[in-house]
Design a protein around this ligand. Sequence first.
Ligand code: GLC
Length: 714
Amino acid sequence: MPDSLVNPAVEQRVNELIGRMTLEEKVGQTSQLMRLTEEDKEAVRSGKVGSSIFASTAWAGKDMPPSAQAEFSNEFQRVAVEESRLGIPLLLGRDVIHGHRTVFPIPLAQAAAWDPDLVEQAASIAAKEGTADGIKWFFTPMLDIARDPRWGRVAEGYGEDPFLGSANAAAAVRGYQGEDMAAVDKVAACAKHYAGYGLAEGGRDYDRVEISMRTMRDVYLPPFHAAVKAGVATIMSAFHDFNGVPVAANRQLLTDILKKEWGFQGFVVSDWNAVMELCEHGIAEDAAHAAALAMNAGVDMDMVSLAYVNNLVELVRSGKVPEAVLDEAVRRILRIKFLTGLFDNPYVDPDRAGKVMLLPEHRSTARKLAQESIVLLKNKNNLLPFGENIRKITVFGPLAYAQAELFGAWTLDGVGSDVTPIAEAIREGAPEGVEVFPLSTLSDQAIYHARYADVAVIVVGEHPARSGEASSISTLDLPAGQREMIAAAHANGLRIVLVVLAGRPLSICREVEMADAVLYAWHPGVEGGHAVADLLFGHASPSGKLPITFPRSVGQVPIYYGRKNTGRPLRPGVLFGTGYIDIPVTPLFPFGYGLSYTSFHYDNLQIATPRFGVDGKGEFSVEITNTGPRAGTEIVQLYVRDLVGSVTRPVKELKGFQRVTLQPGETRQVHFTLPAEDLAFAGLDDLPTIEPGKFHVWIGPNSDEGLQGEFELI
Ligand code: GLC
């Protein structure tokens, strides 16, 4: 059981307080409002409000809400603390998903950096800034494993792999919460959306999820378990119908696994209105029935539906909800309020905000994370970084001058004017003597003038409106008009560097063929323009690797590296194999893929432990040499395959990665230790098991390549 949330002194204060609370006051703590207005002060005064979302007019983060401010927090906190009977402070939450005023790359981009330490630093900066505006609870990290790029929320998570997702989950929780959530610059984090939301049928947001408990345990639960082990304060239950039992009423997920098996000691908040939506799902007759189902399943706080505050008193009095169940929910909520220091320091120093927002060191961390998250997908004839032969550069495309669009989804407190557009950043970053002429986004004018350039940088991709919640799309092509623009530039014989801004993988097969170089920049945040320019001119070298498979076509979805072999794997010459007759079954780019400005050679795979016990560890190493002209960072990846199991096992599973920076000609031995417990999976009984047997192991640059060996678990 994670002991980070259980503190004897706090438990004593919690129990003492609960002992003094009326039934109505207990129910009040389980209710969260969507915003706080003057009219709500009476409800706060009478103890009917436990929490509120801070200025939640941001419709799923798609518009700019009133900014969060310390004074706003203090105004309502004073009513709760000084004017209510028990003085229980409010817990104010907000969707600070990837940065507050300093907006970092979207989480999917952050995952492409394969740098959990930097993810932790970014989370820590976000907490430092958000707390200065009075926010003490972030509805982040989003930990939904996603393998369907049609789903708009793929942007908000860490990609397709549970191992990489788990590493980033723990890092984000550490960054947001630190060692002590009561610190003035730390917050309570919220791992969401528990669990399996990324599997929405058809990639349609909110649609049902139908998977085996085995797949749920092997793929979708691990990042949440990693967050719980890291001490995450809260968990948000997801909207969807999971195998016929919507998560908000799913006792197996919320209580049996999360609270009993994992020992989670924080509290569960429902997603927006999800308690009332049990009626839409057709498993609750009315609000009272929905409230009883959710509370008895393990949802401790009701986000904005008011089903709890309007029904729980009567439900407890009638015995439909045992008071002990309500007490446990209130205990968990109060535990987090004490641990975040709200009882001892409920107010925010309004002067802090002016001292912490968008500091130079925050910008430089954002720039570094953006540099590391951008993935070099193609670099024909080593066109990049631009050399002496590139004297005239033209920049155009629909996002060449974009500012706030670089933020991506869910950036409620970012300010567009903080961003240097890519076209401007290229002009700023160009060496002496290199002429950069940014052009308007009109393709014909741009292409006409571009003929006099040595290279055209074309900035394309998605507006954030196609990203995030309620933004699923049916095709993975570039938005309308962009393919034509690129084709026209190519037909004109231009040398093209394609910079793609997107919140998801796009099936840009033809565009990759037409371009000489491709930088996939995702939505790179407030320093994204500078980061792109840094890579173009070689002020930084790309090291990013894809955290999600890129399909050739939306028709291949779902497509991911950790697939099952099937009884008829597609092999050359095999007619009756698992695949398509119109396109290859392989992706456009595999998970873990990314180029650099140098080259790396892998040699001498050593398996120090050809056999080790189920309670032991495997030791592996390989020699990496930088065989190219420049220093570079390689993300060395370790994969395994369990050759025979009591259930079918993936053809590959990521079980380790390391960032290795090498100078030209430098060789280094890279070691991996693999605990046998990392080879556990859900067995025939759907419960975690470790089975002896033979494994293949690979160490390489991505999920497709690597030096292969074998070991045996005994
Ligand atoms: C939204 C989202 C969730 C967010 C919450 C509060 O609907 O699903 O991710 O944290 O409501 O805005």
